[in-house]
Structures are given as structure tokens and as C-alpha cells.
Design a protein around this ligand. Structure first.
Ligand SMILES: NC(=O)c1ccc[n+]([C@@H]2O[C@H](COP(=O)([O-])OP(=O)(O)OC[C@H]3O[C@@H](n4cnc5c(N)ncnc54)[C@H](O)[C@@H]3O)[C@@H](O)[C@H]2O)c1
Length: 346
């Protein structure tokens, strides 16, 4: 990082796919105190499409040129998960700030190793677990902390994508729990204020042939226990044809919290024998505000040299649960989540 006070944080975005395009567009004008300096994508067409629309933004086919650009202070990693590790390893010696999309990497061992590398280098690092920045989840967290539902003892999460991702995306991920469930596991830790202790998962590929070919599933569920004694469950599907749906329910000794909805707008069409609402297309619409909020918070924390949350510890902790769920799914066993590995190695 540059020495002294940074008035405007220069941002570079690596990866201009579905997720990277959201971050790059937000950084172009919606984030106070930040300026989009450069973007990078290994695909020439994606790169040219973006730089021709957004003037004065530099475009690099090779991400290494972006991270070395002296005008870039902070880097958003939104390239395919399979290349996160090499990009992080390239940035750490330059001591630039990082916001990395989940997961940290596709390999559990490498994620733990990178977490220790990032911690030792003391670089500002935020994990792209954006649900923590969604207004409804922020409110739920505040209500739990206020004691509004007493002691939370049950956490239930439902995550449904409308359509399965294409083979080009699935081939660069390491399973449904790690790719999607990780958001729910992060919410579980954050909202319940406890770690997950054990997990038992099941799943199958009911609809998507290409997902079966990659050894993955399009439906998965898991039951788990928390170190606090509370219980949790998660249900994931990739083919909820009606729309994107994210819901969470928490039961406490003095009440309950329900977070989430299926409709996009408040408009309801009422005609003979039917009442019709619209639905949410995908995560980019449902979490539009959360993506802006997470970037605002990243820029603010980096400029103020303040501690960042969620950080690489949170990223790996959620990954550890997803990893245990994946093993349970493959082996049919109850798995223990080895949270101690984050404290003991490094
Ligand atoms: N937080 C969320 O809600 C959320 C949602 C979707 C995806 N993601 C994460 O964002 C990342 C990207 O997902 P996506 O859906 O945008 O995928 P995508 O396949 O649409 O886009 C990935 C992009 O990365 C580019 N790329 C690959 N290797 C590169 C390299 N070496 N240098 C530069 N560019 C490279 C590809 O050309 C592609 O344009 C993944 O890690 C994914 O897990 C997060």
C-alpha cells in the first residue's frame, strides 16, 4: 500500500465475467472515495467490451500488469475460482489491498496456507461474502445481538439458483457446497455466533446432465451441529425454475427471524383465478445493494487502515464447513469440522 493518506483509492478488477462486471461497474461511479483504474480479463472480447463502454479505464489481458500498475492500490479478484490462488500469491509481495470473491481457492490446504500468508503480510483483505452487507441480514444480526429472539438454537437456510451454471463455470469450481453453500455457512457462523462442529450431507444430480459429468450435484442438503449446542440445516438447489430464492430462518428461545423472499418488486397482478408476482432472476439483483455496501465498506476500511470483516479467516472458516459437507456427501459419513486447523498451523 502507498504510504500516507489515500484520498482516492485506485481500484483494479480482475475477471469480467458475471461477478466481476458487477464489481467493475459499481467501482466506476457508485463507490465514494474510489476510482476504477484498470480491469483485466484473459478473454479479449470481455475486456474490449468493458473498456469500450467505460472510458479512461485501462485494460490488461495479463492480470500481472494490472497488479503492478502503480495507480492501482486495491484489487478485486473476481476471476474464475481456479486462478484465485496464483493471483493472491502475486499481490501479497506488493502489499496491495485485496477483496477476493469466494472461495479463497478450490483447495482446502491451499486456502489455509494463503490465509496464513495474508495474515503474516498484514495486508488489508476482505472476503467476498456479501450477504453480510445485505440490509435484511444486517437487521437480523442486530436483532439477534439485541436479544430480540432470546438465545438462537436453530438455523435453517435455503439457497436456490434459477438455472444451473454452464459447464465452463462448473468445471472451475470444487463442488456445490463450496461454490454456493459457503454463503449459507458464513451466515450460520456469523448469525449464530458459533462454529459448526459436525455435519452430515446428502445430494444428487436430478436435472443437470453436465453437472453429473463433473461429479457434482444439483441438489444437496445437510444437517449440522454448532459448538454452542445449536442445530442447523441447509438445502441447496441449482434448478429452481421459478426464480432465485435465498431464505434463512432462525429460531430462538424467545422468538424467530425469517429473512428472504421470492418476489422482485411489490407489484402483484390479480386476474381471473390467478394472482401473479414477479420473481428474482439471480444473485446480481437480489444482492445488488449488498455488493455496493461491501465495496463501500472495503474502500472505507482500507483508507482508514481499519480491521476488515469478513476477512480471510472467515473465508477459510466457511470453506472448512463446505469441505466437511463435501466429504460427507461423497463418503456418506458424519464429518467433524476441524476448526482448530486455523489456530494451530501457520
Ligand atoms: N459473491 C457472489 O455472490 C458470487 C456470485 C457468483 C460468482 N462468484 C465468484 O466470482 C468468481 C467469478 O465468477 P463468475 O460467475 O463471474 O464466473 P465467470 O465464468 O462468469 O467469469 C470468470 C471470468 O474470469 C476470467 N478469467 C479466468 N482466468 C483469468 C485470468 N487468469 N486472468 C484474468 N481473467 C481471468 C474469465 O475469462 C471470465 O471472464 C468465482 O470465484 C465465483 O465463485 C461470487
Amino acid at each position: 500500500m502507498k504510504e500516507g493518506i489515500i484520498l482516492t483509492l485506485g481500484i483494479g478488477v480482475i475477471g469480467l465475467g458475471l461477478m466481476g462486471a458487477v464489481h467493475a461497474r459499481n467501482c466506476y461511479g457508485r463507490i465514494p472515495g474510489a476510482r476504477l483504474i484498470a480491469v483485466s480479463d484473459a478473454n479479449t472480447e470481455s475486456l474490449e467490451a468493458f473498456t469500450s463502454e467505460f472510458h479512461l479505464v485501462k485494460g490488461y489481458l495479463d492480470y500481472r500488469e494490472l497488479i503492478e500498475d502503480p495507480d492501482v492500490d486495491a484489487i478485486i479478484i473476481a476471476a474464475s475460482s481456479s486462478v484465485h490462488a496464483e493471483i493472491i500469491r502475486g499481490i501479497v509481495p506488493l502489499k496491495k489491498a485485496i477483496l477476493c470473491e469466494k472461495p479463497l481457492t478450490n483447495s482446502m490446504e491451499e486456502s489455509i496456507e494463503l490465509h496464513h500468508l495474508i495474515s503474516r503480510a498484514s495486508i488489508p483483505f476482505q472476503m467476498g461474502l456479501m450477504r453480510r452487507f445485505d440490509p435484511s441480514y444486517i437487521q437480523a444480526k442486530a436483532l439477534i445481538e439485541k436479544g430480540s429472539i432470546g438465545t438462537p438454537y436453530s438455523f435453517a437456510a435455503i439457497s436456490r439458483d434459477k438455472d444451473a451454471y454452464p459447464p465452463s463455470y462448473i468445471s472451475k469450481t470444487s463442488g456445490f457446497f463450496k461454490d454456493t453453500g459457503v454463503h449459507d455457512f458464513d451466515l450460520a457462523r456469523w448469525l449464530m455466533g458459533a462454529e459448526v462442529a459436525t455435519i452430515h450431507a446428502q445430494g444428487s444430480a436430478f436435472i443437470s446432465e453436465h453437472i453429473k459429468e463433473f461429479g457434482d450435484v444439483d441438489f444437496a442438503q445437510a444437517n449440522f451441529t454448532f459448538t454452542s449446542g445449536a442445530f442447523g440445516s441447509i438445502q441447496l438447489t441449482r434448478n429452481a425454475i421459478y426464480g432465485y430464492e435465498i431464505r434463512t430462518e432462525i429460531l430462538g428461545t424467545n422468538g424467530a427471524l425469517q429473512i428472504g423472499w421470492t418476489h422482485r418488486t411489490g407489484t402483484v397482478l390479480l386476474v381471473r383465478d390467478q394472482v401473479i408476482r414477479d420473481t428474482v432472476e439471480d444473485y446480481r439483483l437480489r444482492f445488488e445493494q449488498a455488493y455496493v455496501n461491501e465495496m463501500v465498506e472495503f474502500v472505507r476500511s482500507v483508507k482508514a487502515s481499519q480491521a476488515i470483516s469478513p476477512n480471510s479467516y472467515d473465508g477459510v472458516a466457511a470453506d472448512l464447513i463446505a469441505d466437511a459437507a463435501t466429504k460427507s456427501l461423497q463418503r456418506g459419513t458424519l464429518e467433524t469440522v476441524d476448526n482448530g486447523v486455523l489456530e494451530s498451523s501457520g
